[in-house]
Write a protein that binds this ligand. Structure first.
Ligand code: AVJ
Length: 331
């Protein structure tokens, strides 16, 4: 099989001879969609949660009683920021993968040594520049050096005045849990190669706990997460020629105890024919479309996974309920 530069099989690229609006979605994304949705176990990429409506729904999720991760991580950061800032040190760069609004990072920017450069990395170039301008206004003493890149693929870091070994990757929000362990390990190895020997990794990860607490966090009583999940279909109808009838699906969130992860699905409520990205398939009643995985770790389990990618645990900070962890690792 010929694998092209974008890591996609030539056969897959040939399949993509479908009409799509390149202003709304790029060719690789169409191939990724087709590969996931037209398989025996249909799936759709979680990145389509986050259009404007989805981002607003996620902000609402973060305020829900049941959804503890965001507020718990924020409380750990507030309580332990001085230790974290000491661990980050006084030189080099803080490189944030998937920085988004950088709102969660402002606490670190307020407390970090002034010589540490902040490098927000995000796939959306325009939004990233707007965020970087706001940060330069609010932190005029701090060097801000944004990089527009998809962090799930290797990207080049410009050389830094400080020794590479003083760089720290920052990866909050338990986003590492959204990747299958094999790819999470690949990502951790990529981060390690970027900072070199002696570099750091400051990372948030959600901890294993009572499955009832976990399932409630992803299937709240008010149904906000259900709307968040369904909105993915509305987004794909808009950008990828989908004809999903949102009334014909129901939100499902289950804890998979064997793989230690929440799995979110959209379950078909009836036998139906669906079109997406120029192709059609049937979905049987009760057939499920996987839309998100959210892996939950133990501190030791995450430490072992990080060690296999060349990271040594330096410090772990947890909340009093041991619901969530932020760790500092060294390469
Ligand atoms: C923002 C990806 C970390 O996986 O917990 C929230 C997204 N999904 N509710 C998570 C999410 C359902 C969240 N991440």
């Amino acid at each position: 099989m010929v694998i092209s530069s974008t890591g996609l099989a030539a056969a897959d690229r040939a399949e993509c001879a479908v009409a799509y609006d390149s202003r709304l979605i790029d060719r690789d994304s169409v191939i990724e969609l087709q590969r996931g949705f037209f398989s025996d176990q249909p799936s759709l990429p979680s990145k389509y949660f986050y259009d404007q409506s989805g981002s607003e729904l996620f902000d609402e999720i973060c305020e829900l009683d049941e959804y503890y991760p965001t507020r718990t991580e924020a409380s750990i950061m507030r309580e332990c920021v001085d230790d974290m800032v000491d661990a980050i040190g006084s030189a080099g760069r803080l490189i944030e993968y998937g920085s988004g609004s950088s709102l969660k990072t402002r606490l670190l920017l307020e407390h970090m040594h002034p010589d540490v450069t902040y490098v927000p990395v995000d796939i959306s170039g325009d939004y990233l520049e707007q965020v970087a301008d706001n940060l330069r206004r609010d932190f005029p003493q701090r060097r801000i050096a944004p990089i527009a890149a998809d962090f799930t693929r290797p990207f080049r870091l410009p050389s830094s005045e400080a020794a590479k070994s003083r760089d720290v990757v920052y990866f909050p929000g338990s986003t590492v849990g959204n990747f299958r362990p094999a790819f999470a390990a690949t990502l951790l190895s990529q981060m390690r190669n970027q900072v070199g020997t002696g570099g750091g990794l400051l990372i948030g990860f959600d901890l294993q706990k009572d499955p009832a607490v976990l399932e409630a966090a992803y299937d709240d009583r008010r149904g906000v997460t259900a709307l968040f999940n369904l909105n993915l279909l509305r987004h794909l109808n808009r950008v990828a020629g989908g004809n999903f009838n949102l009334n014909a699906y129901r939100h499902v969130a289950l804890y998979n105890d064997r793989d230690h992860r929440i799995e979110m699905h959209l379950e078909s409520c009836r036998d139906q024919q669906v079109t997406l990205a120029g192709r059609s398939r049937t979905l049987a009643k009760s057939q499920r479309i996987l839309t998100e995985l959210s892996h939950k770790y133990t501190v030791d389990g995450f430490t072992q996974m990080a060690a296999a990618s060349g990271w040594k645990r330096e410090q772990i900070w947890m909340d009093s309920n041991e619901y969530f962890a932020v760790g500092m690792f060294r390469s």
